[in-house]
Design a binder for this molecule. Structure first.
Ligand code: PLP
Length: 381
């Protein structure tokens, strides 16, 4: 049973949707290569299966945050072809640089300590490292400040001349690409062009220059350069309501989260529901117990608001979300134990979407899908 009806709950992942989304994104950036961002276990969808699906649809790069995530994509069991480039950008001192160099992983370098460590790792590994220099063009997070860029570029070129590394990429990341027209977007693009031009004038010959995340891939062709780096959109989730709904963007949400009702019972009016009694039944009604809670990534902030489709009707979380379970008021309907509760999915069966849960929880849809916990089995269709 691909839908795992015997399970308490399941996240069904539609890999055909991932493939279709990657194809759609490639059509939006026809001259650029595509890096499928599969960090955080593929935004909760499963890194290896989504990486394979993205590669089948034409992705030639995979992006990971931590070195462990990147190295896992190089394990034969991942099924990721060896000729797919893997890049990794979140390093800390003492990280597994040597393993990354040996595994032919492109490593991001934002600062001098990282340059020192990657050079030492290349010496030890006996082969040059593939290094992508990251510029802070305005995000104010990772990346090298413009004031330090000349020195970082010079250091990288010295190591390149010694055969210890190759600068394979120059790259950056947007702060506000999900707010089209935000003045920081044009400012970051200008700074990026200047920092790239400076490095190239010094003799850097990068294979790829890139800055575009999902919203930039979808809305900002001048940001595509040689490579686009979409994450959320490949899973069919919208980067923000301002950019559009998944349907408006031609994307199909890949994850459907459902649970089987664990209990359906009649209660009288005036009955407090769940911790704190923040919900009290207005009259005699039926309550359904959904066996998912904040330990599974259901936001506690969705208490009183998160939508669930049961037998064709939208119900909302009644009272507080607990660690492992929450309650919905079924308004007198008696679906019976085992009935399916759909928390979110593509929306075309009338079910809520991850965007609806984000709105009910005061967060973004990225957080909804990414936090679905490891206790919820992923089933691939
Ligand atoms: N590039 C980097 C460096 C990132 O950290 C991320 C994710 O936050 C992405 C690309 C993908 O962003 P998005 O999911 O908005 O497409």
């Amino acid at each position: 049973d691909p839908h795992g009806a015997q399970l308490r709950a399941r996240a069904v992942i539609d890999l055909a949707a991932v493939r279709a989304n990657v194809r759609t994104l490639r059509e939006r950036a026809p001259r650029a290569a595509l890096m499928a961002v599969v960090k955080a276990d593929g935004y909760g969808h499963g890194a290896a299966p989504c990486a394979r699906a993205a590669v089948e649809a034409g992705a030639t790069w995979l992006g990971a945050a931590t070195p462990q995530e990147a190295l896992a994509l190089r394990e034969p069991g991942s099924g990721v072809p060896a000729d797919v480039r893997v890049m990794c950008w979140l390093w800390t001192p003492g990280g597994p640089w040597r393993e990354a160099v040996k595994a032919d992983i492109d490593v991001s370098v934002s600062g001098f300590w990282a340059l020192d460590e990657v050079v030492a790792a290349a010496r030890a590994a006996g082969r040059p490292a593939r290094v992508q220099l990251k510029a802070d063009t305005g995000l104010g997070r990772g990346g090298c400040q413009p004031a330090d860029w000349a020195e970082l570029v010079a250091g990288a070129l010295r190591a390149e001349a010694e055969g210890l590394l190759k600068v394979t990429g120059l790259w950056s990341h947007f702060a506000c690409a999900d707010e089209p027209g935000h003045p920081s977007i044009a400012a970051q693009l200008l700074t990026f062009r200047e920092m790239v031009a400076y490095a190239e004038a010094q003799g850097v010959e990068p294979e790829v220059r890139h800055i575009a995340n999902s919203p930039a891939t979808l809305t900002l062709p001048e940001s595509h350069f040689d490579l686009v780096r979409p994450g959320i959109a490949m899973y069919g989730v919208s980067p923000s309501p301002e950019i559009g709904t998944p349907m408006e963007l031609g994307l199909r949400p890949a994850m459907t989260l459902t649970a089987s009702l664990a209990l359906v019972k009649n209660v009288p009016g005036g009955h407090g529901v769940s911790y704190g009694h923040h919900y009290v039944t207005a009259g005699a009604t039926t309550l359904g117990l959904v066996p998912l809670g904040y330990a599974d990534g259901i936001p506690r902030h969705a208490s009183g608001g998160g939508p669930v489709l049961v037998e064709g009707k939208w119900r909302t979380v009644a009272g507080r979300v607990a660690m492992d379970q929450f309650v919905v008021d079924l308004g007198g309907d008696e679906p019976g134990e085992g009935a399916e509760a759909v928390l979110f999915g593509p929306g075309d069966r009338g079910e809520p979407t991850a965007e609806d849960w984000a709105q009910a929880s005061g967060t973004i849809a990225y957080e909804i899908v990414t936090r679905i916990g490891s206790r919820v089995p992923r089933l691939y269709v």
